[in-house]
Write a protein that binds this ligand. Structure first.
Ligand code: PEP
Length: 268
């Protein structure tokens, strides 16, 4: 059984004061769910220290929004995976569509970043997904397969599965436009089949164990329907993760969709 995972991506939002208020309100909302799922928040880099201290030993993990492919050196503006590990991060997003589209990260760059994150023992969250033009041109499967293949070429299938894959259709991120459960289900199944395509027992096991989460305008109102899909193992949440009650409600939807009873959660 795959453990559900829910990650909040704060993007470039927050301040010392706002982060403190958000975490203080978020902790009681998430407390009852933490036994049933892996929970994490990814604040902007300057706030990692603050948020790490606020999270303390709550079991809610710290994540970062990107990492350099390099260990150290003359890479102004970049941050290495080792530095993130030292700051207490457990997860690192790689290949978020905003990085790919706004900052030109290619599939190969993303694969190198994935490797760097893995190599220091952190969990990379590999974001994949197609643009609207690509979907309309019927290229979704090819685009996603190429994004996955670049990482498989770099680190191998086994290492890919030690990370988490986040399917995030670019047209659904921050737009309020959510993919339908049918669209999500189809791509998640395709990802799982792609990973298990050589039909050997080992690759079937890897494919079965791979956690594939969905991201793109997930809100409390649509979370249950998306998380109930059999190949969806959780969510990567942008805008809605900035609101404690909304993020708490999304965690509740994930717990319920994963078969945990509300009263079971409440006693924990
Ligand atoms: C994201 O940034 O990964 C994301 C899914 O954003 P939003 O939930 O706001 O669409």
């Amino acid at each position: 059984m795959r453990k559900p995972v829910l990650i909040g991506n704060w993007k470039m939002n927050g301040s010392l004061q706002a982060n403190q208020a958000l975490i203080v309100r978020l902790l009681p909302q998430l407390r009852m769910f933490r036994k049933f799922m892996d929970l994490a928040v990814c604040p902007p880099l300057p706030y990692l220290f603050q948020v790490r201290d606020l999270l303390g030993y709550t079991g809610i993990a710290l994540g970062a929004q990107n990492a350099s492919a390099f260990v150290s050196g003359a890479y102004t503006g970049e941050v290495s995976a080792t530095m993130l590990q030292e700051m207490g991060c457990r997860y690192v997003l790689v290949g978020h569509s905003e990085r790919r589209t706004l900052y030109g990260e290619t599939n190969q760059d993303v694969a190198a970043r994935f490797r760097a994150v893995m190599s220091v023992g952190l969990t990379p969250v590999l974001c994949v997904g197609e643009s609207l033009e690509e979907r309309e041109a019927d290229q979704t499967s090819t685009v996603v397969a190429n994004q996955l293949q670049a990482v498989i070429d770099e680190v191998g299938l086994l290492s890919l599965a030690k990370g988490v894959v986040a399917y995030e259709p670019v047209w659904a991120i921050g737009t309020g436009r959510t993919a339908t459960p049918e669209q999500v289900s189809m791509v998640h199944q395709e990802i799982r089949s792609f990973v298990g395509r050589d039909a050997s027992e080992a690759s079937q096991d890897i494919s079965e164990g791979l956690r594939i989460i969905y991201g793109g305008s997930v809100k409390p109102e649509n979370a249950f329907d998306l998380f109930s899909l059999s190949d969806v193992d959780g969510g990567l949440i942008g805008g809605a993760s900035l609101h404690s009650e909304g993020f708490g409600a999304i965690a509740g939807a994930l717990a319920e969709a994963s078969g945990f009873l509300t009263d079971e959660c409440e006693t924990n």
